[in-house]
Design a binder for this molecule. Structure first.
Ligand code: FAD
Length: 401
């Protein structure tokens, strides 16, 4: 269906896809979301932190309450060394008062589900099992072809198809794709009976051989992750345990010398809930758009998870792009405006996340001694230093000129 303001084809129903569709609807632009997965897979994947800047996007679109109901608040981070000594705290402080929204923790799959269901409730069509294969972009529209042989036509195409975006491959052949950052991520959910840390703080440990983080949901479920330095990127086919129980054994060995409750959390985790993901980012693309096609979220600029901003950046992108399309009806000019308003910020954050990730390797006894003493000083300034990230708001009612 084509409305007065145009019809968008959106590839990907992760985070950027449904958010941009809802924002476009506000701008009077109709869209259909084409998602590659044929089932919703809402239980898949890890958990993430949504920062105030991301929650503020959801507030603008009136989806914040639904997302907050599926997650729980995060008061900050307590840092520990592997010997079990607390070395510092990064308190989020009064985020609601400072930024108008507070951080929350949510399972990635649940966030996908809430956003998709809300888009559907608002009358946005979501078609599962429609993986983009190729597209033809002409002066007045785009035709997308999907793996199942079907096609769709629209005024423009938005690639919200994530880290391994097919839209990006087609749009920018030869551009450098995801870069492996030298860290292997592990994640899981556990029913280990440990008390919830006071203040809702996430607990992060510079373990002797690997970095470990966890938080406790109000239900008592423990959400955890581990980051292990590994110079060589593992082959994609090897990201399944060779024998049942092998991953748990590996993680228990990796954290064997770290203080309680880390080994207990791993031991109490069902092997099936453990996932392994080499950590990538996309630090720079020469451009995010061409003709009537534009990239959004991870497809344009994936960041590693170490500063908890990938999802929030995807949401900011989505709202800003919809605002540009509302104010500048010619798509190519709107895409250029959007890229101009967003690129510097997300590239700066991607570099910051990479630097943070680089501190997670095991530094040796001398490095650890200095880290334990310098980190508290750094954390004192961290809230101020991060204000540029959290205070960012897309002014929906303002103009983009
Ligand atoms: C382990 C982990 C931890 C993270 N922690 C955080 C955190 O704490 N805070 C944070 O803000 N971010 C975090 N992130 C990053 C965050 O998840 C991503 O930045 C965010 O999901 C990006 O949203 P997106 O919509 O661009 O991509 P995605 O959410 O990946 O969605 C892309 C969608 O496109 C679909 N798709 C793929 N190919 C096609 C195709 N050809 N045709 C149609 N559809 C297609 C996919 O199936 C998927 O549904 C983390 C990521 C990981 C992996």
């Amino acid at each position: 269906m084509r409305t007065r303001n145009g019809h968008a084809l959106i590839t990907g129903c992760g985070i950027a896809g449904p958010v941009v569709a809802m924002a476009l609807q506000r701008a009077g632009i109709e869209s259909v979301i084409y998602e590659a997965r044929s089932d919703a897979m809402d239980e898949a994947g890890a958990f993430l932190n949504l920062a105030p800047n991301g929650v503020n996007v959801l507030k603008t679109l009136g989806v914040d309450a639904q997302v907050q109901a599926a997650g729980f608040p995060c008061g900050g981070i307590a840092f520990w060394n592997g010997a079990g000594r607390r070395i510092g705290v990064m308190d989020n402080g009064p985020e609601e008062r400072r930024y108008g929204a507070a951080s929350l923790v949510i399972k990635r799959g649940l966030l996908h589900r809430v956003l998709r269901e809300e888009a559907l409730r608002r009358g946005i069509r979501v078609e599962l099992g429609r993986a983009l294969e190729s597209f033809d972009s002409t002066a007045d529209g785009v035709e997308a072809r999907f793996k199942d042989g079907s096609t769709a036509r629209g005024d423009f195409l938005l690639g919200c198809d994530g880290l391994r975006s097919r839209t990006r491959e087609l749009l920018l052949p030869g551009a450098k794709g995801p870069e492996y950052t030298g860290l292997l991520g592990w994640g899981g959910f556990s029913r280990c009976a440990i008390p919830a840390p006071p203040g809702g703080l996430m607990q992060m440990t510079f373990g002797r051989r690997a970095f470990f983080g966890y938080c406790v949901a109000p239900s008592g479920e423990v959400y955890w992750f581990s980051n292990e330095s590994q110079a060589e990127e593992p082959a994609r086919g090897s990201l399944k345990p060779a024998i049942a129980g092998a991953w748990k054994e590996r993680l228990l060995a990796l954290h064997a010398d770290d203080a309680s409750p880390i080994p207990d959390i791993i031991r109490a985790t069902e092997e099936a809930s453990i996932s392994c993901y080499p950590i990538h980012d996309i630090p720079f693309l020469p451009r995010w758009h061409q003709g009537r096609v534009c990239l959004v979220g991870d497809a344009a600029h994936a960041t590693s998870p170490h500063v908890g901003q990938g999802a929030s950046m995807a949401m900011e992108d989505a709202l800003m792009l919809a605002r540009c399309l509302r104010d500048t009806p010619e798509p190519e000019a709107a895409f250029a405006r959007y890229q101009g308003l967003r690129k510097e910020r997300v590239e700066k954050l991607t570099r910051q996340a990479r630097r943070t990730g680089n501190t997670k390797g095991a530094p040796g006894p001398v490095g650890a001694w200095f880290r334990d003493r310098l980190l508290p000083l750094f954390l004192k300034r961290a809230a101020e230093a991060n204000a540029w990230v959290y205070a960012y708001k897309v002014d929906w009612d303002g103009g983009t000129a």
